[in-house]
Design a protein around this ligand. Sequence first.
Ligand code: CDP
Ligand code: CDP
Length: 219
Amino acid sequence: MQIAIDGPASAGKSTIAKLIAKNLNFVYCDTGAMYRTVTLLAKKHNVGYGDTLNILKLMSEHRIHFLNKEDGQHVYLDDEDVSDDIRTEEITNNVSQVSAIKEVRTQLVQMQRDLANDCDIVMDGRDIGTTVLPKAEVKIFLIASVEVRAQRRFKENVERGINTPLKELQDEIAARDYKDSHREISPLKKADDAIEVDTSDMTIEQVVKRVTEIVNEHK
Ligand code: CDP
Ligand code: CDP
């Protein structure tokens, strides 16, 4: 079974996808982490975020892979655990440029499909229901107002000791949504057969309950 969870930045996709995967004993795949890792790869080698040729060269020389540990999914660049390094502001603010590169998407989409080929999976991202797994049995499109999403990210940051002003976070989220929705290749878009869940006024538990109901209806 394939469960696709798409939606804009900070809508709660990874939180919900992880919990659903855990409850169902499915594999979880965070596709955003893959685009973030390619962005980190460019940064580490001083390659411009729009330099397609050199980014592709780096991708052919390095390996991105996941390892599931007790505390969740870790992403590796070759032998290095980069799970934290891919979450910095620098990466967040530049990932949309890298993810708009057609050839980068082609390679990562292939990896994502291979991963989904031989297991039950919950995959979250922007184009899972539309492009990566168009035949997924369950497609969820999670949304929340930009104000609520900025608040959530603000709270998350404070817990990690980061004090970016709320307004800045809101602007960053809105800018990233715009770029992700307006790129030429596989833009962020609700699949025709996806079920939209507006989580603005919902707790994590309520969203998990609603998504579980939807999954059960499709079993
Ligand atoms: O968790 P957050 O909403 O901040 O973003 P993410 O899921 O980690 O994704 C980071 C970025 O990767 C997005 O802003 C998109 O530019 C890109 N992305 C994509 O293009 N396609 C996907 N399937 C997943 C992420
Ligand atoms: O993956 P995505 O960027 O869509 O969002 P996330 O990283 O799963 O969630 C962003 C933040 O919102 C996390 O701190 C979640 O705990 C929080 N959240 C929430 O407060 N209420 C929800 N219904 C969903 C997520």
